[in-house]
Design a protein around this ligand. Sequence first.
Ligand SMILES: C[S@@+](CC[C@H](N)C(=O)[O-])C[C@H]1O[C@@H](n2cnc3c(N)ncnc32)[C@H](O)[C@@H]1O
Length: 277
Amino acid sequence: MNKPDFEHFIGFLKTKAGIVITAEKAYLVENRLSPVARKHGIASADAVLAKLRQVPSAALVNDVLDAMTTNETLFFRDQRPFDQFRETVLPALMERNAATKRIRIWSAACSSGQEAYSLAMMFSELGAKVAGWRLEIVGTDISKTILDRARKAEYSQFEVQRGLPITMLVKYFEQKGEAWALKPDIKSKVSFREFNLLDNPRALGQFDVVFCRNVLIYFDHPTKADILGRIAGIMPADGYLFLGGAETVLGVSDKFAAAPGLRGIYLPSDKAAARAA
Ligand SMILES: C[S@@+](CC[C@H](N)C(=O)[O-])C[C@H]1O[C@@H](n2cnc3c(N)ncnc32)[C@H](O)[C@@H]1O
């Protein structure tokens, strides 16, 4: 690949999405941008990089960003965060929010929606225990294409076989040709919005719980710290942040601290300090 074009592309990705790639990832760029080149009638992935240095169309920028994001996800990913949410976090929130009977959750970088819908199904399974409560789940992602998939809520046989208990598949989905479509009842519990984690989330409102899992790994240290700082800004002092298994706030941001005894869950620093005292 042409070196100056590739170097410009590294900066472009970092500025637009926060995503950091290194020169060794040229093969990945080539693989992912070749279909974009075909779609836009551009000769090659190399030529896409050259075009990005001129005045690219919004559609090309969008498709390039879509192609460069990794959308790997599954229902009830890692299971433990969902168990911790049900067993520990939800009871604490129900005590705290007893007056409003309302809980808001943000699935940040939600990909095709499995995390958000897993939470909605889990909540529904609690039946009478949560009667009268309203769980509002907002899923956001930078990729328009993946958000369209999330909104559609139709999953392949392969996707429903990953993490989703068969009892939930039967209860909450109906077969639609080759795919499995989530029933409207669960679908309506989640709304989706386009949102870049490099932006300020204030317009999304306050959230009691933020799931921001398996996305910080793509960013550099200062970007992670900025994102965590902005997330802290839209949570109450007694909110909960869930990160992915390979992610931590430790050594990255002092806005959150590990929740005692709850691996992968972080509390705004003030609350963590009060708990430790
Ligand atoms: C690997 S998926 C993680 C999905 C889900 N959170 C999970 O843990 O299974 C990462 C998602 O982050 C999104 N993403 C990447 N950069 C982003 C950014 N700057 N703002 C918002 N979403 C971003 C991608 O589009 C992708 O859907």
